[in-house]
Design a protein around this ligand. Sequence first.
Ligand SMILES: Cc1cc2nc3c(=O)[nH]c(=O)nc-3n(C[C@H](O)[C@H](O)[C@H](O)COP(=O)(O)OP(=O)(O)OC[C@H]3O[C@@H](n4cnc5c(N)ncnc54)[C@H](O)[C@@H]3O)c2cc1C
Length: 423
Amino acid sequence: MKIRIFRILLTVFLVFVLYAWVNTNDLGPLDLYYLRHAGHFLGVLGVCFLFMQFVLTSRVKQLEEGFGLDRMLNEHRLYGRIGLLLIVLHFLFLIFYQWIEFGSISININFLYGIVALVGFSITAAIASTYKRLGIAYEVWKNIHLINYILFPVALVHVFLNARPGSLLFYLWLVLAAGYAALIFYRLYKIFYMRRHPFVVVEVRQEADDIWSIYFKGKNFSYKPGQFLMIQLMRNGNLSSSHPFSISSSPTRKHISITPKELGDFTSTIKDTKVGDQAFIDAPYGLFSFLNYDIDELVFIAGGIGITPFMSMLRYINDRQLKKKVTLFWANKNKNNLCFQDELEKMQKEMYAFTAVLVMSGQDDWPGEQGRFNGKLLQKYLPDLEGKDFFVCGPPPMSKAVRAELEKLNIPLNKIHYEVFEL
Ligand SMILES: Cc1cc2nc3c(=O)[nH]c(=O)nc-3n(C[C@H](O)[C@H](O)[C@H](O)COP(=O)(O)OP(=O)(O)OC[C@H]3O[C@@H](n4cnc5c(N)ncnc54)[C@H](O)[C@@H]3O)c2cc1C
């Protein structure tokens, strides 16, 4: 489902929520009660937005195929912020109403459920937006964030205690609760399915000092070159957390592979992976594939290990002998960061039209291009930028810088496609 259609459906849903709310409440003349009504309505909307957050992290295939997991997660963050803001306003409006109407605030069990949910969501949201600055490890942050799966039922108890049985709003909460249960079931089923169909490591290949390719065999799944997977490795009886990696193999090949570069806790243990170890793979994800567009001239711009989805696409184009004109710009610090060099050279001879331009920012004796990737370098190799699509992959700062360079050259945004190595 495309993001625009999702937003239209969400708007229709919210209009229905408004209708259900008006239908449930006896709205009298404009007076102090409207403060209370407004407070309630903000709460109703807030819970709907919070529910949407779970829809967006559910990884439901039909949604992901239109959005891409990264955009789904961006949307999830947006709805989370809106939902939280709405329930904070809900709380403030109702407190304010009670204070001016009764001169005190009534604290009952329903109020306590609401407060637990509100405080809990606020803490998990605050940690989500500051974990990097606070130096909290990704896994720790993620596990704390999972508490939201308990907080949402607490919020639902709060709304059920408030709802009038038999009212339209009451049925809406029932539908939301059933939808939430279905999402939980879907995620658990996916985990169960993965555990029942493990992949097995068939090869561990060193590509550079700190870069390794791991090849797997297992129940085949179809994917497009350039897509990514989520993987958990089971080594010596220890199950790792789930990490995203671009699939570096091509669907034309027998085995699936990923190519991690050592960076942190998990990736620096990749070299310890052994043939025969098990892996649980959830895939495929992402929209970063030239197969999603009807184009013949492709410009690939990779930063460091961002080469991996391009290897998948290049292998595919070569194996299928597609008549595509491809230019790859690959920016690295020095030649120690390089991998797949021999294969790229071979591909330049075998493919219909493929040029690889390797750019080094920190090696003075590099015989090829020096410095950082920029618009000037692009135009040196491609004087005519018309009719080409640009695929950019690498760490977030590099993607941002490349995007700025492409924008300076007036390349339309719909011609630039991204994979950012950060979710
Ligand atoms: C779509 C996508 C494709 C990727 N493809 C590749 C690839 O082909 N090769 C490669 O080397 N790297 C790739 N990465 C990056 C890779 O996922 C991270 O480098 C890796 O998860 C870091 O884990 P760590 O424990 O070693 O490092 P840490 O030092 O723990 O984390 C470094 C950073 O990686 C991210 N990260 C850490 N753990 C996770 C996690 N469990 N889930 C999501 N993000 C996490 C966080 O932004 C964190 O700040 C890709 C990332 C994405 C999103």
